[in-house]
Design a protein around this ligand. Structure first.
Ligand code: K7E
Ligand code: CUA
Length: 620
């Protein structure tokens, strides 16, 4: 064992991790959500008032994002991202259907806000899909997804998304090593043919598109979580690894053999320079940097085995790794790492990547008594860190400078991440932290064998941390982001834009045009009717021939807050939402002959029920 590395009591801990949940600090019968009226007052947001913060919780394998208000913890929206959503017609209209690319689910773990100078700027939210290797950007003006990028050469971008200080890049390191181009390769060739690819993605605010800038062929390890540097470390980023053992089977046992894994420390400005100088290979249209050939941008820092999270302090001076199998948080210093790099204090290399000497970079190992299973760390504005303890079901507050434990609060139960208000920015608010609990057990009315997960709001303003509210959440809140509500400037009604392609604003302009076997409908949705053909006697009827492709372009001309119309075709599995002032397109082949009612799905007026029409499909 390397001197200074925390001895991992892995057999014991692995047992707890897998055999069940161990409640070290929690009496199962006692809840920490107080009923005291003072707590109730703190979370009560009366009608007419609004919450102070937005919370965006990852929807895990639902592929969605869930939006909550804080402190009320009321759920106010589901934003579909990687999975179709009938409530909004996401996945049926042309744009969202093309963005989803045929996938019917996703696995969204870590949302990240766009940043300007290290502060959340309230403009965009990014997320990645572990299941189908995608990145998405949501526009916070409309709470809708603008673009989805399919990332080649990569499998399971769990270790993302995190953005650099001015949203120059979001980085997507991956959980599953695969051969580049995902070509067939025997597992016996794991060390030589498999890679853990990290992708650098940019977002173009003008075109609203995500683009793949370049990739890095990292060693065939699993990358778990990451964070970007801040201030003096802004050009750098860190990520955790596990399975540096390179086990190819039974990872539960085989991926925890060694006492240490690594933090990957990389300089993205340096990588950017290499790419500009042409130091890459092109595979599948992607520029891939090989760190063994092109040195000087990537280093490895030894860390206690199988770390989970790594988090950069708000001042950018330190990064803290949490060891899920070692009962400690390890504090590293960026300054010490830069010194070690300058003085070449290396302890060998791996795959041509220099390994920094542990003792030269490590500042402190923090090991609160009986705190087990540290996973992720958040920060406040007063120099304190808050680490979630999965196994002992608590949040531990500790001093970053001294390592001293200040306070502990039990949560119900087994928190993965927690999220602090503005917690990933250079200036966290320090008012609230929310524990994202994996297991709610007896917290809510039973709904059968599978229970909801839970989020618990913790007040940080008193001398002791205090749980003041709890809310059930659908699977699975891996991570979340909390932003001040006044930073988000939504659009309530989309602007009337007569130049917008395919839009129709006057009833008499609504028309149906046939081009070969394509039928284009340029129509209107308004209270309380559809107008497909403004000049016809029956304006709300479309007649096509079996086998025609039907293309509906519909504009909602009700420029009124919250007057949304739906557009559904009965028995054709078609459905979309058209928001106030919006133009949406839906296309499908009318392959079934017959009579198909069309109707509005969103209750929009007293005569909403009358908002219907017909699609008549003449048999061949
Ligand atoms: Cu669940 Cu961030 Cu995917 Cu840790 S992750 S808990
Ligand atoms: Cu339009 Cu209901």
């Amino acid at each position: 064992m390397k001197k200074g590395i925390i001895p991992a009591i892995s057999g014991l801990l692995a047992g707890f991790l897998t055999a069940g949940v161990f409640f070290a600090n929690t009496d199962m019968g006692e809840k920490t959500v107080a009923n005291a009226s003072s707590d109730a007052e703190k979370v009560y947001v009366p009608f007419g008032k609004q919450d102070e913060y937005y919370l965006f919780a990852s929807g895990g394998h639902s592929g969605q994002l869930f939006v909550y208000g804080v402190p009320s913890m009321r759920r106010i929206r589901t934003v579909p991202v990687f999975t179709p959503d009938a409530a909004t017609g996401y996945g049926w209209d042309k744009k969202s259907k093309e963005m989803l690319g045929g996938y019917t689910w996703g696995d969204l773990h870590h949302p990240a806000f766009s940043e300007t100078k290290g502060e959340y700027d309230g403009k965009y939210l990014f997320a990645t899909d572990v299941a189908n290797n995608r990145a998405a950007v949501m526009d916070l003006k409309t709470f809708t997804v603008e673009d989805i990028l399919n990332v080649p050469n990569t499998s399971g971008p769990h270790c993302a998304a995190f953005v650099t200080e001015n949203t120059e890049y979001l980085f997507l390191p991956t959980r599953f090593p695969v051969p580049i181009n995902r070509e067939y390769a025997k597992l016996d060739d794991f060390s030589t043919k498999y890679k853990g690819v990290m992708s650098a993605v940019t977002f173009n605010e003008q075109t609203k598109k995500l683009e793949l800038a370049y990739q890095v062929a990292l060693p065939p390890w699993s990358y778990d979580l990451s964070d970007a540097g801040k201030k003096t470390s802004a050009d750098w980023a860190v990520l955790t690894t596990y399975n540096t053992e390179e086990a190819t089977t039974n990872l539960e046992i085989n991926a925890s053999q060694k006492d240490r894994d690594y933090i990957v420390l990389f300089n993205w400005k340096e990588l950017e320079k290499m790419v500009k100088e042409g130091k890459y290979d092109t595979v599948n249209g992607a520029k891939i940097v090989n760190p063994a050939k092109h040195k000087g941008a990537i280093y490895l820092v030894p860390v206690a085995k199988s770390p989970h999270g790594v988090d950069v302090t708000p001042d950018g001076k330190r990064f803290i790794a949490s060891g899920k199998l070692a009962p400690a948080m390890t504090v590293f210093s960026f300054e010490k790492a830069f010194e070690a790099i300058k003085n070449k204090k290396f302890d060998g290399e791996k795959y041509g990547i220099p390994v920094l000497d542990y003792a030269s970079v490590m500042e402190r190992e923090v090991n609160p008594p009986n705190a087990l299973g540290p996973l992720h760390t958040q920060f406040d504005d007063k120099g304190f860190a808050y680490t979630t303890m999965f196994i002992s079901s608590e949040i531990v507050k500790w001093n970053v400078e001294t390592g001293e434990t200040v306070d502990r609060v039990p949560v119900q139960y087994s928190p993965g991440h927690s999220v602090a208000a503005e917690g990933d920015s250079v200036s966290p608010d320090g008012k609230y932290i929310v524990a994202l609990n994996k297991i709610a057990k007896d917290s809510y009315l039973s709904v059968g064998p599978s229970h909801p997960e839970s989020m618990q709001l913790i007040d940080l303003t008193g001398s002791k941390m205090k749980v003041i509210q709890t809310a059930p959440v659908d699977p699975e809140p891996h991570y979340a982001q909390i932003i001040k509500a006044d930073k988000i400037k939504t659009i309530e009604v989309l602007p009337k834009d007569e130049k917008r392609p395919n839009s129709v604003w006057k009833q008499e302009d609504a028309r149906i045009e046939r081009k070969g076997n394509e039928v284009h409908v340029y129509g209107i949705a308004m209270r309380s009717k559809f107008i497909f053909d403004g000049k016809a006697e029956r304006k709300d009827v479309v007649t096509v021939k079996q086998g025609d492709k039907v293309i509906f372009h519909l504009t909602n001309i009700d420029l009124d807050e919250d007057i949304t119309h739906g557009f559904a075709v009965n028995a054709y599995n078609q459905n979309m939402e058209i928001q106030p002032g919006e133009t949406k397109t839906m296309e499908f082949v009318a392959d079934k002959a017959g009579t198909y009612p069309i109707y509005c799905t969103n209750f929009c007026s007293a005569l909403h029920q009358e908002m219907s029409g017909y699609l008549l499909v003449e048999p061949k």
